[in-house]
Design a protein. Structure first.
Length: 114
């Protein structure tokens, strides 16, 4: 059995490479992961804050930060308003632009309530 592309262009390596399955798949699949990565830290200590409930609008996409204060939301290209809530901390709201093929990053500093 011959590998992909060997029969079509067996004497031309450059043309043969065009017919290898992985190469063809690269031409038709999506350009990559699109989303938003949020890192939540306490403002004074700069320690991670777990359990911050985050909502991205439009779309009402929700999640919560993990033990490292990190949350990754899968979002399509758009401008989002993110809202973060955690007991004992001030609520935060921020606008974020998400671009196709990239994971936008936001570092969020949370202030403890008095």
């Amino acid at each position: 059995m011959l590998a992909d592309g060997q029969v079509i262009y067996k004497n031309d390596e450059a043309k043969k490479a065009l017919f290898v399955f992985d190469t063809l798949l690269g031409y038709v699949k999506a350009p990559g992961v699109t989303g938003l990565r949020i890192v939540a830290k306490e403002k004074v200590t700069e320690l991670p804050v777990a359990g911050v409930a985050v909502t991205a609008q439009p779309g009402n996409v929700q999640g919560a930060t993990d033990e490292n204060g990190v949350l990754v939301l899968q979002l399509s290209e758009n401008t989002y308003t993110i809202l973060g809530i955690k007991d004992g901390y001030d609520t935060f709201t921020e606008e974020v632009d998400v671009t196709t093929g990239t994971v936008s990053r936001r570092n969020v500093e949370l202030t403890k309530t008095a």
